[in-house]
Write a new protein. Sequence first.
Lengths: 159, 152
Amino acid sequence: MAIALKLPYLATAAISGLLFGAGLYVSQMVDPLKVLRFLDFGAIPSGGWDPSLAFVIVPAIVVMFIAVRIAKGRKAPLFDASFHEPEYTKIDRPLVIGAALFGIGWGMSGICPGPAISLIAFLPNNLWIYLVALFIGSWLGSVVIPSGRNRRLEAAAAE
Amino acid sequence: MDSFTPLTALIGGGLIGLASAILWLGNGRIAGISGIFGQLLPPAQTVVWRVVFLVALVLGTLAASYLIPGLGVGGPAGKPAVLVSAPAWTAIPTPIWIAAAGLLTGIGTKIGNGCTSGHGVCGLARLSKRSMVAVMIFFGVAIITVAVTRIV
């Protein structure tokens, strides 16, 4: 049986997903208005700014940083043959343009892909419109720019 | 600043970090939601764990809203979760506004290879230069977008 279908591998994905979803609820990052109140730097002088998002992302980075350090001392993760480390390291135009387009979408809505999917738990109005558009956009992006590790590395080698 | 919630932010952030750590140390995978979601289409060979992760993501949010009810939005005791309405001055219908936001986020995270979780949490923790650039750009552009649209 392929490693990706073994129980410990899938159980790890499930536990990670459960904790991630719980974290989004507890941190209230599932609330688009709360995210927008962070992004609203114009409210800093009046005291209406909500810095909570920074207090979410920093501990998340710290915990993950420790995990990355632990992983450095290991040849492989527990349930797969190797770490799927992104190998593409060039700062290129697709990265810059992509991040900018995402920034516009995020600022327009206060939702990024994680909260958008976890909001299926609460089904706010128009959520399906967002999710279908997210999926179509993701597909369009993969048509425009080579997607996936192998194709990305090939494109880089061809330049 | 009555909306500032540092304690639940720290705990929730710690849970998100733990989730990312478990997926990395267990399966060697980056917990980047746009990547996990965006690679559901064929010819993905790894579609099963992605579906498992995303279903668990929704169930984790739902379960937490019952275990710790009344934190912010959602669940049996929270305020209803709502998406934004298009700013009135734009005269754009809200469903179109939401669709545009989803489309831009889908295209952007695909060609930019990541979102707040993949670049913001995992990438910065891996000290990836690509992620540092991406995070500065999408936070900067999002802050400008909120200022320009006056959506808050």
